[in-house]
Design a protein around this ligand. Structure first.
Ligand SMILES: [Zn+2]
Length: 285
């Protein structure tokens, strides 16, 4: 999730050190936990905004707010402080602080989610136990730093399609639908290749692809002043059905599922074989 990582870095730069005065949910689904209460962080300075998998970690001592943006959520600096912000789910308010230019910064942090799904949310957890508490406790190793050996061990222990493996946050954390398509293409493996059959050699190829795809995406996200939306993000395969593959010129193909599309290049990834475009046929491995 390079867009989340770069966004966390921007929020840290803007808000680190600000003293929390309030956490206000705008609807009853926004706060997912009862204890510890948000009040336990009041009066504390923001340590930083971190990331684990797809989650933002708004860190105070002794309490951390774990924020999941889902598809349409945003956590943004809020200067207007309106009583009913559009799409507002929750707001962090801070004591006014003097900026370097002498102006007083009264901005808040606003969690918004467009649409009616209301799936974005906030979990309050004890900072010291954050990684072993819901919702983070079952996440796999971070994709950006997973080693080839760790990946090989996970491949051998979990027999599944590599595209599904990459999107499964319990296997590796931080890869979504776009990166799963990009990583399979970069590694020159079929999205439906079996992880166990890929073995250590396949794990090394996929590991290289994960690192290089994430590094490129992170460089792009860090060049921006705001979080990208999915249509902005550069891709060779993802959402490029019918376009030429940038590596070989073959046509980018698609296998459609209800929630997502697997895009791939037959020449680069499947030895020229075209995978049937439905979920029930026998896929070529
Ligand atoms: Zn190709």
């Amino acid at each position: 999730m390079p867009e989340i990582q770069a966004h966390a870095e921007r929020l840290t730069e803007r808000f680190a050190g600000r003293v929390l005065t309030g956490f206000v949910p705008f609807n009853f689904t926004a706060l997912k936990t009862a204890l510890p209460t948000p009040e336990t962080a009041y009066g504390m300075a923001l340590v930083d905004v971190g990331r684990r998998g797809k989650y933002l970690l708004v860190r105070f001592e002794p309490t951390t707010f774990v924020v999941h943006l889902m598809q349409g959520g945003r956590l943004l600096a809020d200067d207007k402080l309106s009583a009913k912000p559009r799409g507002g789910q929750a707001r962090f308010t801070f004591a006014p602080a003097e900026r370097a230019d002498g102006a007083v910064d009264e901005s808040a942090l606003l969690l918004t989610e467009q649409g009616k799904e209301r799936r974005a949310g906030v979990w309050c957890v004890t900072s010291a136990d954050a990684m072993s508490s819901p919702p983070l406790e079952h996440l796999g190793p971070e994709a950006a730093t997973v080693s080839d050996d760790e990946l090989a061990a996970l491949f051998s222990a979990n027999s599944m399609r590599v595209h599904g493996f990459l999107r499964n946050q319990r296997m590796v954390a931080g890869i979504g639908r776009r990166l799963a398509n990009e990583v399979c293409h970069r590694a020159c493996v079929s999205p439906f290749a079996n992880t166990r059959k890929l073995g250590a050699e396949g794990a090394a190829k996929v590991g290289d692809a994960i690192r290089s795809c994430i590094a490129e995406s992170l460089a792009y996200e860090r060049s921006r002043s705001d979080m990208s939306s999915s249509k902005d993000r550069p891709s060779a395969m993802h959402s490029r059905t019918g376009d030429p593959c940038p590596d070989c010129g073959d046509t980018v193909r698609a296998v459609e599922y209800s929630g997502y599309t697997v895009n791939y290049c037959a020449t680069c990834q499947t030895g020229g074989r075209v995978l049937a475009d439905n979920t029930t046929s026998k896929f070529l491995k």
